[in-house]
Design a protein around this ligand. Structure first.
Ligand code: HEC
Ligand code: HEC
Length: 455
């Protein structure tokens, strides 16, 4: 069963590659390219100039996708080896701890299942309600099939779950729910706003590594993790140790999408750096994979006391399981295009809203179409957008980055702005209306919202 699922995955990746190369190379097949095999179309002729680059791009795309979806960067030594998360997933009955993690609970925590990894027989059994979704053994079987998006199970010789590692797709992919809620085909790059990362981490039996870093006890760590809620994660907690905002609310931020990033020069809500910088940051410092990371800005005892004390500004692990993967991972991310909305907005109102966005409300000054951020250095002080400075000051730049708005319709759960402070788009528009004194009529506000939903 396990082998079968694996071969389905590799066959489909190869088929995609073959099919796309065939298309790009003028329908003649990847192995026979050359001037004569290309059709007369202009696009094909352009590829003729440098079809090695085209073929190389496809290889990198497929490889980058595999890394984004499936690579754990060696993080299983942390999530499994140290936190022992696999033990509470298995539960007592399978030799682990506690009640175990049933598929029903996993889905309720926002974890997603890739239907294409399930053998047809299993799909039928689920449809016919012959599979007990309250049984943690099923979760372990799903891990064995590599069907849980973003979580990889490691199995020993006796097929016993011996560790779990995490992948980029955990937070930055969802599924299309085509089979059942939470079960479907992967949608890479979409922010998983159902995922309760804090609760999933808190599920691990051993939180002492966090407690030691944060100089507190495990119960406090667990309590903080449980405050985050769905769709949020705190990427700065292990740098500065700030678990709460000054107003007592959790310091976690929303998970952003990982699509629509090409052409934009600074990334994350607070503009830590380029995609390449952040990928290395996350794989090393957040996912706890094993690699190399250098960023002397983290060597700042006042701003990042924990990162400074633990040398997070200069990480050198051997073997390095991250660095060689960064080029293709980056390439794939830049290729992820924001999906266009399929309905869900009023086209006439959106067309009116576009004019308001560009003229009366002057949103386009910062959200410059078609990037929807400023080309250049799209960073703003908290005062410039009328909000507090807490999260901005947790990054080296003390600023917020203009949010890219394309595909906004895919992440309306959890609210808007870095911490979800505005629960609806109307609240966002009301904020700008009063902060910038825009004098928008009620109709203009609604039109603007329809435009935002159309991006
Ligand atoms: C545990 C959840 C989680 C995982 C796993 C994760 N990310 Fe993220 N990602 C986030 C959050 C939260 C942010 C926002 C951080 C911030 O602004 O402080 C983010 C931000 C980003 C951004 C910036 C997006 C933008 O709008 O500029 C990119 C790019 C990104 N992540 C890529 C990755 C890659 C690549 C991986 C795997 C190496 C990964 N992430 C793994 C949660 C996650
Ligand atoms: C001065 C530059 C600037 C102007 C003008 C501006 N924005 Fe923004 N916008 C930002 C920044 C910066 C953020 C990110 C805030 C954060 O991360 O908390 C943002 C965030 C947003 C978001 C939230 C996106 C998300 O993913 O949560 C929306 C929606 C938005 N802006 C719409 C608008 C509209 C509509 C207008 C015009 C009425 C506008 N903006 C004008 C800079 C600007």
């Amino acid at each position: 069963m396990r082998l079968k699922a694996k071969s389905i995955i590799s066959v489909s990746a190869a088929a995609t590659l073959a099919c796309v190369s065939w298309y790009l190379l003028g329908g003649q097949g990847a192995s026979q390219h050359g001037p004569s095999s290309l059709s007369n179309g202009k696009e094909s002729a352009e590829l003729e100039v440098d079809d090695q680059t085209a073929a190389g791009s496809l290889r990198r795309l497929v490889n980058g996708r595999r890394i984004f979806r499936h690579d754990t960067f060696g993080s299983e030594d942390f999530w499994g080896g140290t936190l022992r998360l696999h033990e509470t997933i298995k539960g007592e009955k399978l030799g682990g701890l506690g009640p175990g993690l049933s598929p029903a609970t996993a889905l309720a925590l926002g974890l997603k299942v890739d239907v294409t990894a399930l053998p047809i027989k299993l799909r039928k059994a689920i449809k016919n309600e012959l599979v007990d979704l309250d049984d943690p053994a099923i979760t372990v079987a799903l891990l064995q099939l590599d069907a849980v998006v973003g979580v990889k199970g490691f199995f020993d010789d006796q097929s016993d779950l011996s560790a779990v590692g995490i992948q980029c797709s955990l937070c930055h992919s969802v599924v299309d729910d085509s089979f059942a809620p939470g079960i479907g085909r992967r949608l890479d790059g979409w922010a998983n706003r159902d995922l309760d990362v804090g609760k999933i981490i808190a599920f691990a039996p051993n939180l002492s590594p966090f407690a030691e870093l944060l100089q507190t006890d495990e119960e406090t760590v667990r309590a903080v993790l449980n405050t985050w809620g769905p769709g949020k994660f705190d990427a700065e907690l292990l740098m500065d140790g700030k678990a709460m905002r000054p107003d007592g609310k959790p310091a976690a931020t929303l998970i952003p999408p990982a699509f629509g990033l090409s052409g934009i020069s600074t990334h994350t809500w607070t503009g830590w750096g380029g995609v390449g910088h952040w990928n290395a940051f996350v794989a090393n410092l957040e996912m706890r994979g094993k690699g190399t990371f250098y960023d002397p800005r983290l060597n700042d005892i006042d701003k990042f006391p924990i990162a400074t004390m633990h040398n997070f500004f200069d990480v050198r692990e051997t073997p390095d399981l991250i660095t060689s993967k960064l080029p293709d991972l980056h390439f794939y991310q830049l290729a992820l295009t924001p999906p266009k909305p399929r309905g869900g907005f009023n086209p006439a109102a959106a067309a009116r809203g576009k004019i308001i966005f560009e003229e009366k409300a002057d949103c386009a000054r910062c959200h410059v179409p078609p990037l929807y951020v400023e080309p250049g250095w799209p960073m703003h002080t908290p005062e410039a957008i009328g909000i507090d400075s807490f999260q901005a000051e947790r990054s080296p730049e003390d600023r917020y980055r203009t949010a890219p708005l394309r595909g906004l319709w895919t992440h309306t759960k959890g609210g808007f702005y870095h911490d979800g402070r505005f629960s609806t788009l109307l609240e966002v528009v009301e904020h700008y209306n009063s902060f910038f004194g825009l004098n928008l009529t009620e109709q203009e506000k609604l039109d603007l919202i329809e435009f935002l939903k159309s991006l």
